[in-house]
Design a protein around this ligand. Structure first.
Ligand SMILES: NC(=O)c1ccc[n+]([C@@H]2O[C@H](COP(=O)([O-])OP(=O)(O)OC[C@H]3O[C@@H](n4cnc5c(N)ncnc54)[C@H](OP(=O)(O)O)[C@@H]3O)[C@@H](O)[C@H]2O)c1
Length: 394
């Protein structure tokens, strides 16, 4: 009878969540044998003899046949996940940053060492997006995936739009509640959403895209005038990640705030929840919704990856293995709202069409179309600009 002997890396939010979920599940014969953490002097809530600060205690233990990697450091996670697979151990990982930058190598390592690497927990927490993309949407009908993939920024935006909170206060509250990290850049500037989007793009379309080549812009420059603009137009601002087909052979992707109208499913995704809308040629649209973060929701997703591994499930990367997955292009145009305070900043943006313009002493805005490649070419300059950017439609 098969038994999973688990070596767990990380005992933070998700590691502890998994521990609790696993204690309360009888689905699989799985037992955590060792837990590797960083700081061996930290007080732990479970048996001290389980803990080690030496990765080799797990990686070199022949009895451990599954490594579960739930640490917060992408470089260390890369070494752990790679080292485990090289030793013939299957792996479950929640580390979107590490995965997004190493997808190709991770696929090759699985093939070379005949092991599985499962990571449904890395994107959208408890919502089973990746496995659905792999299994149900395993054909060429899918045309786009649009989602709110980051719970912290969504929590902040909900407080602003529902309760009239300020950005600074809502961010502080998100940090106090443990939704946002003490350095919130990863969440609020769209990097977390970007890395998840890159992973989802592989499973939705079979295309591996370098995260550095994708445009991401977050919500940290949001000002009261942007909020007022959205309110006056009956819209809500949310941080949205999108990948979609441009034509049969090409896809495009980006992460940007979006001015959402009430008819859209993701308009109603509030607080720390995530929501993903999948569009297809003949089935119009479908919507997945659920908790995208937190100890127990994410722990549940990790358990699901563990049980999938128990039943010898592997991602087949069917679309990636097709002869010609679509290419990533950036010559398409996006319709944006650009608010700026300095005309020098505005001059960096190449509008091909302008629909609306407003100018006052305090601020100005323009609504119009910009080629995505223009945004990408000034990506490095944008953090220094006093602007806010949001798409008006996808
Ligand atoms: N939090 C969420 O809701 C959520 C949702 C989905 C995915 N994820 C992903 O899950 C992973 C873990 O997130 P988290 O929120 O649980 O992080 P966390 O609360 O910060 O905990 C991180 C854990 O990793 C350990 N650690 C760090 N470097 C290590 C190393 N080199 N070797 C061994 N252990 C090490 C830390 O050890 P010490 O305890 O000794 O400090 C700590 O136990 C991340 O990749 C995150 O992106 C998180």
């Amino acid at each position: 009878m098969k038994k999973l002997t688990i070596g767990l890396f990380g005992f933070g939010t998700v590691g502890q969540g998994l521990y609790t979920v696993l204690q309360n599940s009888k689905t699989v014969d799985a037992q955590i044998k060792r837990i590797c953490i960083k700081n061996k002097d930290k007080k732990r809530s479970v048996d001290a003899h389980l803990f080690t600060a030496n990765a080799a205690d797990i990686l070199d233990d022949p009895e451990i046949n599954l490594v579960v990697e739930l640490i917060d450091n992408a470089n260390d996670a890369y070494a752990i996940v790679k080292g485990a697979m090289q030793r013939g151990k299957s792996v479950v990982s929640g580390n979107k940053t590490m995965l997004a930058f190493h997808l190709q190598e991770m696929i090759e390592l699985q093939q070379r060492h005949n092991v599985a690497l499962l990571y449904d927990a890395s994107a959208c927490g408890s919502i089973p997006v990746i496995r659905n993309l792999e299994e149900y949407y395993d054909n060429d009908l899918l045309t786009s995936l649009t989602g709110i993939l980051n719970g912290s920024s969504n929590y902040i935006l909900t407080k602003i739009f529902q309760e009239g909170d300020t950005y600074t206060h809502a961010l502080k509250e998100a940090q106090d509640l443990g939704f946002a990290e003490s350095n919130p850049t990863f969440d609020v500037d769209g990097f977390d959403s970007l890395y998840k989007l890159v992973i989802l793009t592989l499973h939705a379309f079979g295309t591996i895209v370098n995260p550095n080549e994708v445009f991401n812009f977050g919500i940290s420059n949001l000002q009261p005038c942007d909020i007022q603009f959205a309110r006056e137009k009956g819209r809500r601002i949310k941080l949205v990640a999108r990948v979609g087909k441009v034509n049969n052979d090409t896809i495009t992707l980006y992460v940007m705030p979006r001015m959402l109208t009430p008819d859209l499913y993701i308009y109603g995704v509030e607080d720390e929840y995530n929501g993903v809308v999948i569009r297809g040629k003949y089935y119009d649209k479908q919507f997945m919704f659920g908790k995208g973060a937190g100890a127990l929701p994410t722990g549940s997703a990790v358990l699901s990856d563990i049980t999938a591994q128990f039943h010898d499930y592997r991602y087949e990367y069917k679309k990636y293995n097709e002869p010609t997955p679509p290419h990533y292009v950036t010559n398409n145009e996006v319709e944006v709202y650009l608010r700026y305070n300095n005309s020098k900043d505005f001059e960096q943006f190449v509008f091909t069409e302008i629909f609306e313009k407003y100018s006052s002493k305090e601020y100005s805005y323009v609504i119009g179309k910009i080629p995505l490649c223009n945004l990408l070419s000034i990506k490095h300059l944008i953090p220094k600009m006093d602007i806010f950017l949001a798409t008006m439609r996808s």
